[in-house]
Write a protein that binds this ligand. Structure first.
Ligand SMILES: Cc1ncc(COP(=O)(O)O)c(C=O)c1O
Length: 338
């Protein structure tokens, strides 16, 4: 979707946070501009140490890279040579591209409603499977995996097939039945966890993500190339974001965003719109054949959303003002026969 065609659009198409960077983080980035002639620390050592302390795992388990999508591609590539990657059919739109870029073949498994069909995904794992990608909360449907179901799934996956759990939206989860990926990481030695500073931390432009990998995959996952490390400003901003006071402020913002999500879902349902339950910073409207026209009309009204034609529309929870604009649009679209 091109962003430039709408004047002052409410851009709810990219799952970005509505909040600008915190002043302390912005200062670190501005100060970093004075040393742009220098290459970044290729081992991201300060960031890896800060993450290691935060997560309670050794630094050798952490791989920092240019966004979680970049790291996902790196992982899929380095986990070869088996040819297939299993993932949910209605999941992050980047997966098919990532899998192809990594020289593998995607095996999309149909959904169970808004959820991964974990038993069917386990059935799809064969001796050709390079790894499985799980996304929780799932983009675009917003569903988080449940602990009991994912444990039953992991119990069926051969130990030599890595399961990559993409938790890009982890910080927005409130359902106590949703497992923390790090719990699973500690219990299963084939689970890799992917996280990002792009969403809850509001640093999407700086491209910083990390993977937590089990010891036996650490050597394969280590970034030995010359090109895979976040830039210096990204590293500095991520380190600043892990300071306790900054993290507390970011956590507060996540709580506010979850409250906005609850209000938005309630208001949309109050208008008679079907909205999937969401554990993320976006909502999913399963509009089916009406998805593309909804997105087109929203765009004409100055609101950008992401449509998956024939399936539905994903709408990021935005600022109060943007959410109100969206609701006003939905009200008028319904009046005209959405
Ligand atoms: C599920 C999921 N994983 C990964 C990403 C990519 O995030 P990053 O900015 O860390 O590359 C996204 C971005 O939308 C996403 O939805």
């Amino acid at each position: 979707m091109t962003r430039a065609t709408v004047v002052d659009p409410a851009d709810l198409s990219m799952n970005e946070t509505p909040y600008p960077p915190l002043p302390g983080v912005r200062r670190v980035v501005a100060d970093g501009a004075a040393a742009l002639q220098r290459y970044p620390d290729r081992t991201s050592s300060t960031l890896v140490s800060a993450l290691s302390a935060r997560l309670g795992v050794g630094p050798e388990a952490i791989v920092v890279g240019p966004g979680s999508a970049g790291l996902c591609q790196h992982l899929v590539q380095s986990l070869g040579p088996r040819p297939e990657v299993v993932h949910a059919a209605l999941s992050f739109e980047g997966y098919p591209l990532i899998v192809r870029n990594a020289g593998a073949r995607a095996v999309p498994v149909p959904m169970d409603g808004y959820d991964h069909d974990l038993p069917a995904m386990a059935d799809a794992v064969t001796d050709r499977t390079r790894c499985v990608l799980l996304c929780s909360p799932n983009n675009p449907t917003g569903a988080a995996l449940r602990r009991d179901r994912v444990e039953a799934f992991l119990g069926r996956i051969p130990a030599d097939v890595p399961v990559v759990l993409d938790e890009a939206y982890r910080e927005f989860v409130t359902d106590p039945a949703a497992p923390d990926g790090m719990e699973l990481y500690r219990s299963y030695d084939n689970v890799c966890v992917l996280r990002t500073f792009s969403k809850a931390y509001g640093l999407a432009a700086l491209r910083v993500g990390y993977a937590v990998v089990p010891p036996r995959l650490a050597a394969a996952a280590a970034l030995t190339g010359a090109v895979f490390f976040p830039n210096a400003l990204g590293q500095a901003a991520a380190v600043a974001s892990l300071a306790p006071d900054v993290t507390a402020e970011l956590t507060h913002r996540c709580t506010e965003l979850v409250a906005s999500r609850t209000r938005l879902v309630g208001a949309l349902r109050g208008l008679g719109v079907t909205v999937a339950p969401s554990e993320a910073n976006f909502v999913w409207l399963p509009l089916g054949e009406r998805a593309a026209s909804f997105a087109d009309r929203a765009r004409a009204a100055g609101i950008l959303v992401m449509a998956l034609p024939g399936a539905g529309v994903r709408i990021t929870v935005g600022s109060d003002e943007a959410n109100d604009r969206l609701l006003a649009f939905v009200r008028s679209a319904l009046a005209e026969g959405l």
